[in-house]
Design a protein around this ligand. Sequence first.
Ligand SMILES: Nc1ncnc2c1ncn2[C@@H]1O[C@H](COP(=O)(O)OP(=O)(O)OP(=O)(O)O)[C@@H](O)[C@H]1O
Ligand SMILES: [Mg+2]
Length: 310
Amino acid sequence: MITTVTLNASIDKAYHMEHEIVGGTVMRVARVANSAGGKGLNVARVARLCGSDVQATGLVGGFNGQYLEALAEADGIRSRFGHIAGETRSCVNILDPMFSSTEFLEPGPTVGVDEFEAYLAEFPSIIAGSDVVTLSGSLPAGVGKDSYQKLVRLALGEGKRVILDSSGEELRLGLEASPTMIKPNQDEIEALLGAMATAQDNVVTQARSLREDGVEQVVISLGKDGALLACEEGCFRAIPPKVKVANTVGCGDSMVAAFAVAFERAMAPREALAYAIAVASAAAMSPNTGEYDPADRDAIMSHVEVRAVG
Ligand SMILES: Nc1ncnc2c1ncn2[C@@H]1O[C@H](COP(=O)(O)OP(=O)(O)OP(=O)(O)O)[C@@H](O)[C@H]1O
Ligand SMILES: [Mg+2]
């Protein structure tokens, strides 16, 4: 089983508009789609579509929290969330013909120190039945920047493989706990290492330097240009075929999901990379975040080019 962690979860509300939005007026929404949101929930949905057993955890509260758990369960995802007093936030994405997407992200509740301590104490039992744990996204107010570091240590201590997909200080501190894998994109790696990471040689060097810090596998995702994986077996670059892109939001989450599935199925690194690229590219073809068509994945898989570099 795979456990995905979402500490700053939300009810994601997609407002589909027939007409372009006009500020300062009353607008009627043509169709609403609600989903259990936050990057970890995207990971959970995609891992489920890959055929894995998935459990979602993190922090939720109030009626929105209950609703989120019900939405996750409806998607075939078990929920094992810790409960807080604050109400889980909603995030609204307005999709209209003019601006395409306009997002309103609520700040979310502040988590009490005691609430997070209680969650940390429960965490080992929550992940007991899982092989892989993924940690994704931003942290809620009230928890320390070292929260991922603590969770990575707990999961590794329980013998789990851990994928950390975060950015900034959370990622930097998380690295000190040596997660099994990290998956920064180019912006995140540049922010982390403070250097331009555009030339392929630089990306290779940077991925390698992070391995020296104790991370077993470093993946740097490069959007439409694919991804790079540095691991014990070497450094591999994967280039996807050109696909018809519908929505690239959450493609990185799809990639994390695919690597979690690959760990669970004990795929060799080269195979895992090709699989992850195929899933992420298929996700780019899907209009809905956290979804892909397995037929697209299989069609792309045979056209992914993986070669050793550096
Ligand atoms: N335009 C695209 N065409 C094809 N594949 C894409 C495209 N954008 C992303 N992908 C696939 O998704 C993977 C991850 O994308 P990206 O590097 O944009 O992640 P990210 O910035 O972490 O995304 P997010 O955080 O929104 O989930 C890429 O390595 C690639 O396989
Ligand atoms: Mg990302």
